[in-house]
Write a protein that binds this ligand. Structure first.
Ligand SMILES: Cc1cc2nc3c(=O)[nH]c(=O)nc-3n(C[C@H](O)[C@H](O)[C@H](O)COP(=O)(O)OP(=O)(O)OC[C@H]3O[C@@H](n4cnc5c(N)ncnc54)[C@H](O)[C@@H]3O)c2cc1C
Length: 359
């Protein structure tokens, strides 16, 4: 089996296949955990369920929303945490017993049938998983290209510093459709701006937000973010995480969904290895599973499109009204249900977690 991409989605697939008897090669153009791809905020329950608390940096029970006319404070029914990307990736990879699967660095260029082309040669595999992110490198036809695709764009800076609040700015002076954020994470703060319109450039507003927070704009990190669900299988290939459009619209939360759907792919493939399911059945079962979330994703996309159209004063009033405890419990409860951490325990765990002991 060839899993292309060793970030959240690819590592979740590998973790779930550990102990299944699968022969897995994982490839990524960078070493595991080398390139951070996000602000690394996630519902804390996901870190706990996957036993990744060792990567946790800061936990927040409240979300602070700023608009030009008000500041709303949402007491969350569950907490959100920031984590260290490198540590989280290493901890996930450590859940594969040493030597069981192989990892190689290679840049994946494309695919012909079951042959994946990389800058280090071709790899033929019976099963191919594309966990390479938004570009959908192994899809049939041309790769996804901005700015015409259904993509958002995000950029952030990572100055050293500290803070105690997880903050969001919905303010058209930064971005007409999108939001700014500040996520403290131990010794640094991740400050950024995301635009739902891929044509809107976010560098200047990111630097302005950082400057207004008295933080230097240093250590940039940015990427495109899909905001529409795509087919989760195509041409016999499994797509997972951003390559399948699994990032949630509106919030651009794509880590827990990459983990969630990664576990789902791992489980389907385990069924095939165990002789309980044919490959064709696994492909259609996973495809149906992903598509069964279409309503939730469509609802989030409707909100993503509606919020920028609401007049700022009206939006301020609405955000304040939503501070009511019962509403927050209901809304954030439903939001978490889209990819709930209890999904981790729902799967078979064939081997006890093993921690790699450094040589
Ligand atoms: C600025 C920003 C901030 C964000 N903040 C958050 C956040 O706080 N919380 C959250 O939930 N989501 C956040 N997101 C979204 C989140 O980062 C993605 O949804 C998530 O990373 C998707 O995980 P993935 O494993 O599918 O893809 P990725 O994390 O993008 O991983 C893809 C992997 O494939 C590798 N790769 C790519 N192309 C090739 C190639 N051709 N050959 C070989 N290897 C390749 C990459 O090196 C990488 O390791 C943010 C996004 C951005 C841009």
């Amino acid at each position: 089996m060839l899993v292309c991409g060793a970030s959240f989605a690819g590592l979740a697939v590998a973790r779930e296949l550990a102990g299944s008897g699968a022969d897995v090669l994982l490839v990524d153009r960078y070493e595991i955990g080398e390139r951070q791809t996000s602000a690394c905020g996630i519902p804390t329950g996901w870190l706990e369920a996957l036993e990744l608390q060792g990567s946790l940096q800061q936990t927040f029970g409240e979300l602070v929303l700023h608009t030009p006319y008000t500041t709303a404070r949402y007491r969350l029914p569950w907490t959100f945490s920031t984590f260290d990307y490198r540590v989280l990736c290493e901890l996930l990879w450590d859940q594969v017993p040493p030597g069981q699967f192989k990892f190689e660095t290679a840049k994946v260029d494309g695919r012909t049938g079951r042959v994946v082309h990389t800058d280090r040669g071709d790899i033929r595999a019976g099963v191919v998983v594309d966990a390479l992110g938004w570009r959908r490198v192994l899809g049939a036809g041309l790769n996804i290209q901005p700015p015409d695709a259904l993509l958002s764009r995000g950029l952030e800076v990572h100055p050293h510093g500290s803070g105690s609040e997880m903050e969001i700015w919905i303010d058209r002076s930064y971005v007409p459709a999108g939001y700014g954020w500040s996520f403290p994470a131990g010794g640094e703060v991740r400050i950024g701006v995301g635009s739902f319109d891929p044509r809107f450039h976010v560098r200047e507003p990111t630097e302005r937000l950082a400057s207004e927070l008295d933080a230097p704009a240093v250590r940039y990190q940015g990427n495109w973010i899909p905001h529409a669900l795509r087919n989760a299988t195509e041409d016999g290939v499994f797509f997972v995480g951003d390559s399948a459009g699994h990032c949630l619209p509106l919030t651009a939360e794509g880590i827990r969904t990459a983990l969630y759907f990664g576990l789902a792919v791992g489980r389907e493939l385990s069924e095939v290895l165990g002789g309980r399911r044919s490959m064709a059945d696994a492909l259609s079962s996973y495809s149906r599973f992903s598509a069964s979330h279409a309503r939730a994703f469509a609802w989030m996309l409707r909100c993503q499109r509606a919020v920028p159209r609401v007049a700022p004063r009206l939006l301020a009033g609405a955000l304040r009204a939503m501070e009511a405890r019962r509403f927050l419990d209901w809304a954030f409860g439903h939001y978490l249900e889209i990819a709930h951490p209890r999904f981790v325990a729902a799967g078979p765990r064939r081997t006890p977690l093993q921690v790699r002991v450094p040589a």
